[in-house]
Write a protein that binds this ligand. Structure first.
Ligand code: FPP
Length: 253
């Protein structure tokens, strides 16, 4: 079948897709260009992925745009990425509005430069009443940072006697992460042929299906998202149960 989109069952879509966008630097180097050229071209892929996901009916899309560790890159690359973020968020707000997409951000947003933060909060505010997909940008984000912050928040509640140690459950942890209220990703995609999680959503991806593609991020197009969704739908998600139990549950429903 040629049309990939038609092979996707709209009834069995993952609620939440997360993407580790990787390979911008290598893509640029392959063309004899500076790494930042790769980031600039990655914006087209961001637009394609977001529009395609919203159109098909994905409820949440999280993109790993800048990690805590990325601050250690050469200063000119960090500058270029921050400027690109400000420029892109500003120029793409109309794309978000047109597609009824609500923007959110997770990460240590306090560590962002004031101009990045202002542009981000402006776009979050402008799109806040959109009711289609929620696009979540992970900025200055790392899962270990997020889990450490959650532990601190929980410890303070115990210290203040607003929470008893025995009451701490898995939901207490989820509710104190930056993703509180957002369902866990069911599908995690990583581009560029690397098989790593790189400190991304470690708690939330406990049961996610992992999909790796050798495509470099600037080459990622809507068809690549469709292929990942088709692959997701071909998998049997068992959540620790046996295959027989899952099949019995499906016949009962
Ligand atoms: C990883 O490639 C990519 C990034 C660190 C940045 C991703 C940012 C964008 C696509 C720009 C705009 C984003 C938004 C959301 C507006 P890499 O540099 O690690 O590539 P390499 O592994 O080949 O070096």
């Amino acid at each position: 079948m040629n049309n990939l989109k038609e092979q996707i069952d709209p009834q069995r879509l993952p609620n939440h897709v997360a993407i580790i966008m990787d390979g911008n630097g290598r893509w640029a180097m392959q063309q004899g260009m500076e790494r930042t050229f790769g980031h600039e071209n990655g914006v087209t892929s961001v637009r394609e992925a977001a529009e395609a996901a919203a159109e098909i009916g994905i409820k949440y899309l999280t993109l790993y745009a800048f990690s805590t560790e990325n601050w250690k890159r050469p200063a000119d690359e960090v500058d270029a990425l921050m400027n690109l973020l400000v420029k892109t968020i500003h120029s793409e707000t109309h794309t978000l509005q047109k597609n009824n997409i609500r923007l959110k951000a997770i990460g240590d947003l306090g560590s962002l430069r004031p101009e990045t933060r202002d542009e981000l909060f402006k776009a979050i505010d402008t799109t806040s009443s959109n009711s289609g997909m929620t696009l979540i940008l992970a900025l200055s984000y790392s899962a270990r940072w997020e889990i450490t912050e959650a532990v601190k928040k929980i410890a303070k509640k115990v210290q203040n006697n607003t929470l008893r140690t025995e009451e701490i459950s898995s939901s207490t942890i989820s509710d104190n992460l930056t993703t509180a209220g957002i369902p866990d990703p069911e599908l995690l995609i990583r581009t560029s042929g690397e098989y790593r999680i790189s400190n991304f959503l470690l708690w939330q991806i406990a049961y996610a299906e992992l999909y790796f593609t050798s495509k470099l991020w600037p080459d990622f197009r809507r068809e690549d998202l469709y292929e990942a969704l088709i692959d997701f739908q071909s998998r049997e998600r068992r959540f620790g149960q046996t295959s027989l139990q899952i099949k019995k549950d499906q016949t009962a429903n």
